[in-house]
Ligand binder design. Structure first.
Ligand SMILES: Cc1cc2nc3c(=O)[nH]c(=O)nc-3n(C[C@H](O)[C@H](O)[C@H](O)COP(=O)(O)O)c2cc1C
Length: 126
């Protein structure tokens, strides 16, 4: 989810890890609605981008049963830590946001039904 980024129009983008590419899904600056859905933590709307990490639980529980939910939550912590490290390396700031209304965030991002948001990570200059 992006706004005010040079050479990238505002919108919601999906990251494809296999191709290391992003694809525009929803046009427009949705930072304010996103911040409101994060229990009105409005500083989120000031960040040029927020990375939203989602889980599709069925893909991991099919393999590991109910324990897969635990693994998804461990993995989102690892991903969040890596984003923290990369932000630090680039001289940027970030924070993990866990306080948000799941269904509102999913609606704003037009997430497919099975994709559940786990972390919102605004990234910007300190
Ligand atoms: C699961 C989880 C959810 C969090 N949710 C929020 C949040 O919604 N808003 C926020 O400002 N910080 C949130 N934080 C960040 C913490 O408030 C804190 O900034 C972070 O854990 C680093 O703390 P430290 O600098 O004291 O080590 C969350 C942290 C974790 C681990």
């Amino acid at each position: 989810m992006v706004g005010m980024v040079k050479e990238l129009s505002a919108g919601v983008y999906h990251y494809n890890p296999h191709e290391h590419s992003i694809k525009l899904l929803v046009e427009g600056d949705i930072r304010k609605p996103l911040a409101r859905a994060c229990v009105a933590q409005m500083f989120i709307a000031d960040a040029p981008i927020s990375i939203v990490i989602t889980a599709e639980y069925g893909r991991i529980t099919d393999r590991y049963g109910d324990r897969g939910v635990r693994y998804a939550h461990m993995e989102v912590g690892h991903v969040g830590q890596n984003i923290h490290l990369q932000a630090e390396a680039l001289g940027l700031g970030t924070v993990v946001i866990g306080a948000f209304m799941d269904d509102e965030v999913a609606g704003i991002l037009h997430l497919p039904d099975k994709h559940r948001p786990l972390y919102v990570m605004p990234v910007g200059h300190m």
